[in-house]
Design a protein around this ligand. Sequence first.
Ligand SMILES: NC(=O)c1ccc[n+]([C@@H]2O[C@H](COP(=O)([O-])OP(=O)(O)OC[C@H]3O[C@@H](n4cnc5c(N)ncnc54)[C@H](OP(=O)(O)O)[C@@H]3O)[C@@H](O)[C@H]2O)c1
Length: 300
Amino acid sequence: MYEQQITVLGLGAMGSALALSFLKVSLKTHVWNRTVDRPGVRKVVEHGGKFKETIASALEASSLIVICLYDYYSIYAALANTFEQAFRSKTIVNLTNGTPSEARAMSSWMHGRGVSHYFDGGIMNTPEQVGTPYAFAFISGEDEKAFDKISRPLNSIGRLDYLGLEPGAAGLYDSALLAGMYGLFGGTLSAIALLRSQPSNDSSKAPTSKVVADKLIPMLQALLPSLVETAEYFDKQDWRGHTANIGIQEGGLRNVLATCQAEEVDSRLLRAHHELLVRALMEGREMEGMAGLVRDLVKK
Ligand SMILES: NC(=O)c1ccc[n+]([C@@H]2O[C@H](COP(=O)([O-])OP(=O)(O)OC[C@H]3O[C@@H](n4cnc5c(N)ncnc54)[C@H](OP(=O)(O)O)[C@@H]3O)[C@@H](O)[C@H]2O)c1
């Protein structure tokens, strides 16, 4: 039997998008938020969400509870004064962003209070994308059978990728994907800063947004498959170089840094990568591929 009711704790941008997706598939949705006067609260209530004044009454309303607060500290703060009885036999799905060790500690904390199942998750899309084909979440903790029971009521969010028993697994995948994302963001911020220095008296000057849309994005799209190749080389522990070896990459990035300096653009987001390339060169590894650099990042 699948749950017909659900409780969402936290109606910020993400929590309210989750609650709306549950309402859309006709789950009776109970909600709680620390601050009542919030746009997310108003929107969810307008769409039929049942607002609960206290966190204890929100927990009592359903046996399936989704938590989406700012961070793990917020969860402990919000639940600090809740009696253990309120957690008994509940299934908790925590979609708050955090680290693997926070997930493991939260799993122990929840089980210590008598929850029947604790799943930790990472939601990998924006609130606007919840319920679209772009939405997916990593979920870990408990076993496949228990996961199957929550997957039906939760799949209105998007695809759910179950990663097994270890509660920290979702947090690790989440951090790894965000590491890739922040690399992309850092590079793009530097690119926009460089583009702003196109001569302003030149009538052919394109808005930075147009250069990003027409030039940067197609170039990145063409490069994306090479990320898989880099990971494949790492999996095989094969450090042999290919055309884009460390020697070539160092030269390219050195020129980017020189351009930043000339254009008075802060290159701090790119320098750490260059330092890694230089160190590999000093060790005579210029013919290695990019996968070789992963060895320099791994500390254990
Ligand atoms: N937004 C995104 O694009 C996105 C994408 C993926 C994952 N996430 C993750 O989803 C989670 C929620 O993000 P969001 O975008 O919804 O953030 P948000 O709009 O800033 O909302 C934060 C929520 O946390 C609550 N909160 C903060 N401190 C609290 C405390 N001490 N006690 C009780 N409640 C507290 C806020 O309540 P009040 O309204 O009372 O302040 C609000 O409900 C985060 O972990 C975030 O990393 C977000």
